[in-house]
Design a protein around this ligand. Structure first.
Ligand SMILES: *Cc1c(COP(=O)(O)O)cnc(C)c1O
Length: 455
């Protein structure tokens, strides 16, 4: 057959629309979506015919093809994935998983009217901060608090409120860039403050801060270096000394903690991380931290500190542009409530549970996961591998957290090909390729069934 004859074997849109199996699809997907799917499938088929010089597929195969296309298009863009990356709070995979209590609170707040800014006693307008302020005070010891969209917003708001048009003193060792384009010098410029760098990359002394203070100084900032570490010949003033200097000069001392953990994780074999409570006790006036890093809550930026400085921050009109929604506040409140019992919080908050999980337990899950995968992929070579996980999101930088992975070798697919195949599953499974070996890290997998591949 010549090309025009081959193209004539293509059915018309109308003909396909009237096939009973296709018109049934219009009930679920709507006639317009079905018509659009048919048009695009016919266009694809036309291309195939021109390319391959063979006739159109048989009419009885069209309904299944149309249904498949419609289902693929109806899949949400934001989908659940299984995190086997070995990075616990993976920024690209949505960081912290909410505890069930927090997820439920967010869902209920989303679907209902709530007293977000409504004082139920007085029957008049209230303050959304009041919802979490008392709780934040109890778990951090801070006299005042506010919550914004994320920690980048918290830093921006704190700097703009306390030091706009003035100089902010920062150690050169703390001028950080965090993944996803959070750069302290840029945030500083956007907040209307002038950066005053002191010291060197590896060593900054109290006297460096002291000498930099002048009549234009508005604030002293300490920033957690999060995703990197300076090791070797280093120096920084004791937090208490710096706080005393700030106080003596009447300047606020702000500390950007980044992760902002509320629990000392050393009993779980992890290194010391300054907690929010300690940082406040050491004399910081304002402390900012993320809601969805080590805290294990929703994306949010928390600002805690002394009442007069917080009052200035709350009066800033910029806060209106950075405010959180009711679902975030609901999830944050529920998460913070779990911290009122720290031992229970470790088990209830997935981020903390995954971070502190004993390797023996991970190995058990890995064994069961390997059995499931061997059954599903009989041709593959599947073994357990002692591996190393990370906290992620700039938390606990460079800290090796022992873990167990399921390593997979396939006769047909390269390591990169295997990674792509797992990403293409109905519920994508995100592993990683390291040393030319594809592996699924089990530290964040609670139920081995979640790695059963479904195409
Ligand atoms: C992660 C981080 C931020 C940004 O926090 P987000 O909640 O991601 O906006 C700011 N400062 C430090 C030190 C961080 O580690």
């Amino acid at each position: 057959m010549n090309i025009p004859d081959l193209l004539r074997t293509l059915p018309s849109v109308d003909r396909l629309l009237h096939l009973p199996a296709v018109s049934a699809l219009a009930g679920t997907h709507g006639r317009e979506r079905v018509t659009a799917a048919i048009r695009s499938l016919i266009a694809d088929e036309r291309q195939r015919i021109l390319h391959e010089g063979s006739g159109a597929i048989a009419e009885d195969r069209w309904p299944a093809m149309i249904a498949e296309r419609l289902e693929r298009e109806a899949r949400p863009a934001l989908r659940r994935v299984v995190n086997c990356s070995g990075v616990i709070a993976h920024t690209n995979l949505g960081r912290a998983l909410l505890a069930p209590e927090a997820a439920r609170a967010a869902m209920e707040a989303g679907a209902a009217n709530v007293n977000l800014e409504y004082d139920l006693t007085l029957g008049e307008r209230g303050d959304r901060d009041a919802l979490v302020e008392a709780l934040l005070e109890r778990v951090t010891g801070a006299p005042a608090a506010t919550v914004v969209n994320n920690n980048a917003a918290a830093v921006l708001l704190a700097l703009n409120s306390l030091a706009e048009g003035r100089e902010v003193i920062v150690s050169r060792g703390e001028l950080i860039e965090i993944g996803g384009s959070f750069r302290l010098p840029e945030i500083m410029a956007k907040s209307g403050c002038a950066l005053r760098e002191v010291g060197t990359t590896n060593r900054t002394h109290l006297v460096d801060y002291e000498r930099a203070i002048n009549e234009r100084t508005g604030l002293i900032l300490r920033a957690h270096t999060s995703n990197y570490r300076v090791i070797g010949f280093t120096a920084a003033p004791e937090p208490r000394e710096l706080a005393a200097l700030a106080r003596a000069r009447g300047l606020p001392l702000a500390v950007d903690l980044g992760s902002g953990t509320l629990i000392d994780l050393r009993p779980f074999g992890l290194p010391r991380e300054p907690t929010v409570q300690e940082t406040l006790a050491e004399g910081a006036d304002v402390v900012t931290f993320s809601g969805d890093k080590l805290l294990g809550g929703p994306q949010a930026g928390v600002i805690v500190g002394s009442a007069p400085w917080l009052a200035k921050i709350k009066k800033n009109h910029l806060r209106r542009a950075l405010r959180t929604d009711k679902m975030t506040l609901a999830a944050l409140e529920a998460t913070l409530r779990l911290y009122e019992n720290p031992e229970a919080a470790i088990r209830a908050i997935p981020t903390l549970r995954h971070l502190t999980r004993p390797v023996g337990e991970i190995r058990e899950v890995a064994q069961r996961a390997a059995a499931i995968l061997r059954e599903a992929m009989p041709e593959a070579d599947i073994t357990l591998l002692d591996d190393v996980a990370r906290a992620g999101a700039g938390s606990l930088p460079e800290v090796d957290i022992p873990s167990v992975s399921v390593a997979i070798k396939s006769p047909a697919l390269s390591p990169g090909g295997l990674a792509a195949w797992f990403r293409g599953l109905q519920t994508p499974i995100i592993g990683r390729v390291e040393n030319d070996l594809f592996r699924l890290d089990m530290r964040c997998v609670d139920d081995p069934e979640s790695v059963r591949p479904r195409t």
